[in-house]
Design a protein around this ligand. Structure first.
Ligand SMILES: *Cc1c(COP(=O)(O)O)cnc(C)c1O
Length: 435
């Protein structure tokens, strides 16, 4: 059954409520939603047959490109056995293998236990609840506060959102969340009094770079300082590597860059190479053991989702890790990262409409400025969104964060494709905000 694109668009506008989208603009007569029908490597193709570079890796998820043969094959093979069965009361082969492989990756940090959930937000909820329940079991229930940072983004479920530090997204629902202490920077840690220090269950951070804040880089050493502060005060460290995990920053995990291991590690987006919704929260033996006891002691972690350990997702994740090994992906990244830096510097830095450019591995954030005033554009004008719309005409799809343009391509992107992506942004900027 093939439906023609205009009909698809009409039905979309009639029934599909899109995420983070002002639906009045979306459904306006002048807006023709792009209908993506296929993908290949770092590209996406729409219903009219136009091909684009996937400039934000399908909202930061895709790692090895679309339709990677090894991942496609792994999912097909699993599909011939079973798509889903419950992890409540049963177990399954792909989930067991994946738990073992993730625990092997986490072994240097003592992260030997793996709890599966569905997406970044649930991986975060799981980590927070593990930390909070741990302290109840450990006879220190006064440790019930979570430290999070301004600009943080940890997901949209109520608990994860309460850790968030982006006003537009998070302020409205703040009261329904965790008890949370929001800090501006690692310097604030040293200002906490002894009573506050003893109330902290865990601190959570996006290592090296805050994504949704606009690709904001932490000062070097921030993660290490937070680790040391947690060690000194007894609080757990939760690393949210939902965006940074799986090679995005140049190493498999961003934490490696500062030689830090967290007590709880949250993985999602790239875990299945962007194929299927699957998440994992890795925990230490010490955390896990605090949940052991007689059933009647109620130490059980009463938490879970219907699709925990979903076999199809786990098969995709196993294939993702296999591709990292078989194709030596991490070794292939430095030239691509350098190419991205080179093109950003050569093509975008000189533009009067461009302010700061930040890069971490294959992640880049490019701030737009009003060339006349040298200040940001009024946010209501949605300049970033208009630049990204213009970039489509030059073969690039990406989504900005306010007036910060984002480039975060799949790791498989070629140097030529990196050049075209940056050139597309240059044209789009020039057309949208003439100097
Ligand atoms: C995307 C993201 C999340 C939330 O993940 P979802 O899969 O969208 O729930 C959490 N933390 C970070 C750093 C993210 O980038």
């Amino acid at each position: 059954m093939k439906t023609d694109p205009p009909t698809l668009r009409a039905w979309d506008k009639a029934h599909f409520w899109h995420p983070f989208t002002q639906m009045r603009d979306w459904t306006a007569p002048g807006h023709d939603p792009l209908v993506i029908v296929s993908g290949e490597g770092a590209t996406l193709t729409d219903a009219e047959g136009h091909t684009y570079l996937d400039g934000n890796a399908s909202i930061w998820t895709n790692v090895h490109g679309h339709r990677h043969p090894a991942i496609d094959e792994a999912i097909r093979e699993q599909l011939d056995r079973i798509a889903h069965c419950s992890a409540l009361g049963f177990t399954n082969e792909p989930a067991i293998h994946l738990a073992k492989e993730l625990a092997t990756l986490g072994a240097p940090g003592g992260l030997s236990k793996v709890f599966f959930s569905d997406d970044g937000s649930t991986a975060i909820e799981c980590a927070c609840k593990m930390a909070l329940q741990y302290w109840q079991h450990a006879g220190a229930p006064q440790r019930r506060v979570l430290i999070a940072f301004d600009g943080a983004y940890h997901g949209d479920t109520a608990g994860a959102a309460s850790l968030g530090g982006i006003g537009t997204f998070h302020e409205r629902f703040r009261r329904w969340g965790y008890e949370c202490l929001h800090l501006a920077s690692a310097d604030d840690l040293d200002r906490l009094d002894a009573g506050t220090r003893q109330s902290i269950a865990a601190a959570i951070i996006e290592p090296l770079i805050q994504g949704a804040a606009g690709m904001r880089l932490w000062p070097a050493g921030t993660l290490r300082r937070l680790r040391e502060w947690c060690d000194a005060t007894g609080a757990f460290l939760i690393a949210d590597e939902v965006m940074t995990g799986f090679g995005r920053t140049g190493t498999l995990f961003a934490c490696e860059k500062e030689g830090v291991w967290p007590d709880l590690l949250c993985l999602a987006k790239g875990l299945t190479s962007g194929y299927l919704p699957l998440a994992a929260t890795l925990a230490t033996e010490r955390l896990y053991e605090a949940f052991l006891g007689e059933y009647g002691e109620l130490r059980t972690f009463f938490y879970g989702h219907s699709y925990c350990g979903n076999p199809l997702g786990c098969a995709a994740a196993l294939a993702n890790l296999r591709v990292f090994r078989d194709e030596d992906i991490l070794a292939s990244l430095p030239p691509r990262i350098e190419a991205l830096a080179w093109y950003l510097r050569a093509e975008l830095s000189p533009l009067p409409q461009v302010g700061e450019i930040r890069q971490c591995g294959l992640i880049a954030g490019i701030d737009l400025l009003n060339p006349t005033t040298g200040f940001p554009f009024p946010w209501q004008e949605q300049t970033g969104a208009r630049v990204c719309l213009a970039a489509r005409r030059h073969g690039l799809l990406t989504r900005p964060i306010g007036d910060t343009l984002v480039l975060m391509p799949p790791l498989c992107i070629s140097q030529e494709q990196i050049a075209s992506a940056v050139t597309a942004l240059r044209h789009a900027i020039a057309e949208t905000c003439p100097a």
